[in-house]
Write a protein that binds this ligand. Structure first.
Ligand code: PLP
Length: 227
């Protein structure tokens, strides 16, 4: 299947799931995950109107940025090492993977220097998997409160990489817990009104994720085929 056929299919499914929860298609942002995909094929996707791209490695993002520049909206979706922050702060629009105060401090410092307020998501290890990055669910509120001290960081919501499962239904409860966590944060006194993003759902489970409140899905394989 071609990129455009795959995309048409995904859009149809996103729209189906959105309808189930009475939401409009344009309430949900599709991020094309382009790790390992060359810039030629990425350009095809951009031409088809998908302008949000997700990369999970800094080096790869930088190489592609050299070619594609600011045409895409860049999302850093993978683990971010503190010593790499300086390379990307000017280039990315949203960092999905903030999972430590040390990392937040570094983002804040680098953004202060270039007079930018960086939009970020808190990564949550929703199923408390040992192998996964992310803040434990019961620590999210406390972590969010600490982040509010940083002038050059704006928390926009939460992100998770749900467990790899055979049947997407197995992740429904995790997605539902994520939505509840988002609501907890939204209800915090004096919070910024910007909090509304729930980045969850990948090729295998994005429909269930949307049904449970996701408004940002990150899809790679479904668009480009197996890596
Ligand atoms: C690779 C990746 C995705 C996309 O996964 P697919 O199963 O290929 O859709 C989404 N989010 C993150 C953080 C990833 O690393």
């Amino acid at each position: 299947m071609s990129i455009s056929e795959n995309l048409a299919d995904i859009k149809m499914k996103i729209s189906e799931s959105a309808k189930k929860t009475n939401r409009a298609l344009d309430d949900i942002t599709l991020i094309g995950v382009t790790k390992t995909i060359d810039t030629g094929r990425i350009s095809e996707l951009l031409d088809l109107g998908v302008s949000n791209l997700g990369e999970n490695r800094v080096q790869e993002l930088l190489e592609k940025y050299d070619v594609l520049g600011e045409r895409p909206i860049w999302h850093l979706i993978g683990h971010l090492q503190t010593n790499k922050v300086k390379y990307i702060v000017e280039k990315v629009d949203l960092i999905h993977s903030v999972d430590s105060i040390r990392l937040a401090e570094e983002i804040n410092k680098r953004c202060f220097a270039i007079k930018k307020v960086m939009d970020i998501l808190i990564e949550v290890n929703i199923a408390q998997e040992e192998s996964k990055e992310g803040i434990a669910p019961n620590k999210v509120l406390e972590f969010y409160q600490e982040l509010r001290n940083f002038s050059n960081i704006r928390v926009k919501g939460l992100m998770t990489v749900a467990p790899f499962v055979e049947d997407a239904e197995e992740n429904r409860e995790s997605f539902s817990k994520m939505r509840k966590l988002l609501i907890d944060i939204m209800n915090e006194k004096g919070n910024n009104k910007d909090i509304r993003l729930l980045s969850m759902g990948m090729t295998n489970d994005y429909q269930v994720a949307i049904e449970e409140g996701s408004n940002m899905v990150r899809i790679g394989t479904g668009i480009f085929g197996k890596r």
